[in-house]
Design a binder for this molecule. Structure first.
Ligand code: SAH
Length: 440
């Protein structure tokens, strides 16, 4: 749908996907990919995308002084990063403002949002990625399905991954091509330990019976730092990985660190993708928790137990609750290996476990929640509120659902302290936040 004449738009904000946002002369809101706040841009044809008006940039008539040339050659096609064209200081401003905007517009809350804690060297920070395998004329390429029209974008020079991972992926393309069965491998998951440099690799296929022993054996023989190799069976193509993991060789887990906390992780377990900034985040949690050694702490949505273990030596006891069994097992192993005896872990949905727990036990002193993007389950919020939990620390990767949930806590008598955004995902529009809530 192409309508209307060219017009200049003054950009006033940034969407959650990193697009510039402004208003047309007639007052309608327009989303302009690639435009930055305070810029004036002449826009091209308007299009309707999922009820939103979107327009491309024809010309930037007033560029933001912090606009930079993106470092990655496939930045625009890939879409994995959204803010490479903004210098770090502007990324900081954009991320902080996203959190402020969400609090105001969705939460109708007037809260203090502290400046986002940025990463000193904001490149090659990711410890995990899932690359799609694309086959054209028998040649395998690894990359992503990109922003524009979802075309495949080869990407084995990704600036968010280490050189070692990129080199392995480039070589893997050749090895997969040589098998003549590139079409059988849908995706490849790669994880690298920042503590040891060791790599875990998984082939993701839809084919349960997929076996490429020569490929597996040669990789393990040629790459001493490839220490763990897996096969994952994807039964639902809409998910990133399937439930079934088959061990192909090497060790079963990868060991890595957040700060001085050493952990082991299975392929299915969630682990913060940016180790250095995860430490910054966890220190912010520790600071807000202000533990004295006497507290009972619940770590809900606990993953492999890292937040709970990070705080365990300052608390009387910690219980981690996590829905994925493999992650809980990792958490228990980690506690054992670290000699932490006051932490226990449960596999359960937080929203079903907590109501039973608060019915039968005294209220914990502190509950930490760190939900996925969709935010807290209604039942969990109800339980937290009715149980009169005195102190909650909410860790969120989605300002929109955070703001929605904070509104409910606020209405129910919780004081909401300053919100601290932390940049766990430099170059992208994503932002993590931590906030302390106290029952008034
Ligand atoms: N706190 C952890 C993990 C956060 S990611 C860390 O800092 O590393 C969110 C975690 O919540 C994931 O491990 C996911 O498997 C888990 N999860 C998702 N839905 C859940 C639910 N309803 N109940 C408990 N855990 C859940």
């Amino acid at each position: 749908m192409s309508i209307e004449k060219r017009e200049t738009v003054h950009i006033t904000g940034v969407s959650h996907q990193g697009e510039g946002v402004g208003r047309l002369a007639d007052g309608r809101v327009v989303f302009v990919p690639g435009a930055l706040p305070e810029e004036d841009v002449i826009i091209g044809d308007l299009a309707k995308e999922k009820k939103r008006l979107v327009a491309p940039i024809e010309e930037i008539t007033l560029a933001h002084p912090e606009r930079v040339v993106p470092a990655c050659p496939v930045y625009h096609a890939c879409g994995g990063c959204q803010l490479q064209h903004a210098a770090p200081a502007l990324q900081e401003e954009i991320k902080t403002r996203r959190v402020q905007d969400a609090c105001e517009r969705i939460g109708h809350l007037d809260l203090t949002v502290l400046p986002t804690l940025m990463m000193a060297d904001p490149w090659r920070y990711r410890n995990k990625g899932i690359f799609h395998v694309n086959e054209a004329g028998g040649e395998a390429r690894l990359g992503f399905y990109g922003a524009a029209g979802h075309a495949f974008v080869p990407a084995t020079d990704c600036l968010l991954f280490s050189q070692a991972v990129n080199n392995l992926l480039k070589d893997l393309e050749k090895r997969i091509t040589a098998t003549g069965r590139a079409g059988h491998i849908r995706k490849v998951m790669v994880r690298q330990s920042f503590a040891t440099g060791e790599i875990m690799l998984a082939f993701i296929t839809e084919d349960q019976a997929f076996r490429l022993p020569k490929l597996a054996d040669s990789l393990l023989a040629d790459y001493p730092n490839l220490t763990s190799l897996w096969h994952n069976v994807l039964t639902n193509p809409r998910l990133a990985t399937g439930r079934a993991w088959h061990h192909l060789g090497g060790q079963r887990s990868l060991s890595d660190c957040i700060g001085d906390l050493q952990v082991h992780l299975s392929p299915a377990s969630f682990f913060q993708v940016n180790n250095r900034q995860a430490k910054v985040l966890y220190d912010q949690i520790r600071h807000r928790a202000a533990l004295t050694g006497r507290e009972t702490v619940l770590d809900l949505y606990g993953g492999i137990g890292t937040i709970g273990l990070y705080l365990a030596r300052d608390a009387k006891s910690v219980i981690g609750v996590e829905s994925i069994g493999d992650a809980t097992r990792d958490a228990r192993d980690n506690a054992r290996q670290l000699g932490i005896s006051n932490a226990s872990f449960v596999t359960a949905k937080a929203e079903t476990w907590l109501p039973r727990q608060v019915k039968d036990h005294p209220a914990p002193d502190l509950i930490i929640v760190d939900p996925p993007r969709k935010g807290l389950h209604d039942r969990l919020i109800d339980t937290l509120i009715t149980s009169k939990t005195p102190t909650i620390i909410y860790v969120s990767c989605n300002p929109a659902t955070l703001a929605r949930d904070l509104k409910t806590f606020h209405k129910n008598g919780y004081q909401i302290h300053d919100i601290q955004p932390v940049d766990l995902f430099p170059q992208t529009a994503h932002v993590e936040t931590v906030v302390l809530l106290q029952k008034k």
